[in-house]
Design a protein around this ligand. Structure first.
Ligand SMILES: *Cc1c(COP(=O)(O)O)cnc(C)c1O
Length: 397
């Protein structure tokens, strides 16, 4: 018998609090329906205070924030920029905007983030070839901080500034400090699927006051302070609207709750699935506290008899959204020909892509919805042909 279509369960959907509408209403009432305005200023101050960074510039997206960071670091045509390979394409696109050359660094198994071992190898080789990078874009995947206790000293040694892509890790900490504060620049995103959202938006943070002032200047078409329109620098239209900043202010007030809720989602999945041989959850580095933006795990096909694509398919039939772990950027056709440094002779990012799965992780996921996910998950694995009995590759990458 055909059942009615079940209510859709999303990977990560927006979750509004109580105060967003008040801030947006204030923008309407005062007719600040513009880019810039009191909500923008307040959002910048409030976010900078939350993460413990000196200054912040609200912009139209996380991608725009990364682009501005590279521009401020003087990245230009022909320069090299190192970047995590296991990430969303937005981490590296701005490198191409600048006409620079990305070099991709593998992940390490302990954090799934940039391997300090591969990074050091890449730095040694770059130094030898006299092609040291102008900047390093390090990603905090799914909310998990990269290992800055090892990455930072390497960057200091070689004089390479860090752009911390904390788009997915707002609210996470490492060694007691908020992520986004470990480099010269930190980047956050408020895209609709992130832990808090403005429907679209981003933030660039830094302790460097002049750099943030310059970012705001570049983000408003680099308009010189004259009565007429005077331009001598190439600028961008990257500022955040005062309405969206109002949503952000409301969201910031519930951020800690959202982090706790996502951690609870992770914990439930982990408690129910960790005893299954062949399932490994994304680790949490020592001294780090992840916002668990997405619950990610790897599946050993030999143990379980199913691949992540089998599970994504089975969940999809039940109207549940699940996704593979990011496809590494060095495998993307867009970046064909770019260099890639592996971790200790293996490619951890490719292994994680091959085996990695992200489960619905929204902070508004109900207990019943999580139960549905777990039921389909367990049923699919239980019904899998036994590991040894798999005759053929059922799904290929
Ligand atoms: C979402 C995301 C971005 C880009 O943010 P937008 O606001 O969508 O431009 C950059 N890097 C990572 C790792 C992301 O997940």
């Amino acid at each position: 018998m055909k059942q009615a279509v079940k209510e859709r369960i999303y990977l990560s959907s927006p979750h509004l609090g109580e105060e967003e509408q008040l801030f947006v209403q204030a923008a309407f009432t005062s007719n600040w329906i513009a880019p810039l305005g009191p909500n923008v200023d307040a959002f910048e101050e409030e976010l900078a205070a939350y993460v413990g960074s000196g200054h912040a510039a609200a912009v139209s997206s996380g991608t725009a924030a990364i682009h501005l960071a590279l521009e401020l670091l003087g990245v230009t045509k022909g320069d090299v920029v190192f970047c995590s390979s296991l990430t969303f394409v937005a981490s590296a696109n701005p490198i191409l905007y600048q006409g620079a050359e990305p070099v991709f660094i593998d992940s390490e198994p302990d954090s799934w983030n940039m391997s300090p071992v591969a990074l050091e190898e890449a730095l040694i080789e770059a130094k030898r070839e006299n092609k040291l990078p102008k900047a390093l874009v390090v990603v905090n995947l799914y909310g998990q901080s990269a290992d800055y206790s090892r990455i930072r000293p390497l960057c200091q040694q070689y004089g390479i500034p860090i752009v911390e892509d904390a788009a997915e890790s707002l609210g996470s900490t490492y060694q007691g400090n908020q992520t986004g504060t470990f480099g010269q620049f930190g980047v956050f995103s408020f895209n609709g699927n992130k832990i808090i959202t403005t429907s679209g938006g981003g933030m660039l943070v830094s302790d460097n006051k002049e750099a943030i002032q310059r970012a705001k200047f570049l983000a408003t078409q680099a308009r010189e302070p004259e009565i007429y329109y005077q331009h001598q620098t190439l600028g961008y239209n990257y500022r955040l609207s005062n309405i969206l900043a109002g949503i952000g202010r409301g969201q910031l007030r519930v951020l800690d709750d959202r982090v706790q809720a996502r951690r609870n989602v992770f914990q439930r999945y982990e408690e129910e699935l960790r005893s299954w041989a062949g399932i490994v959850f994304m680790p949490e580095l020592q001294e780090s506290y992840s916002n668990r933006w997405l619950t990610a795990l790897t599946l050993d096909k030999a143990e379980l008899g199913v691949t992540r694509l089998d599970l994504i398919h089975a969940l999809g039939l039940e109207n549940i959204e699940a996704r593979p772990v990011w496809k590494p950027l060095h495998l993307q056709p867009l970046f064909t020909g770019c260099r890639y440094y592996r971790h200790e002779g293996r490619s951890v990012s490719e292994e994680l892509f091959r085996d990695g799965l992200c489960l619905p992780s929204g902070s508004n996921l109900t207990s019943e919805q999580q139960e549905r996910v777990l039921e389909v998950f367990k049923e699919t694995v239980s019904n899998a042909p036994s590991a040894k009995g798999i005759a053929q590759e059922r799904v290929s990458l």
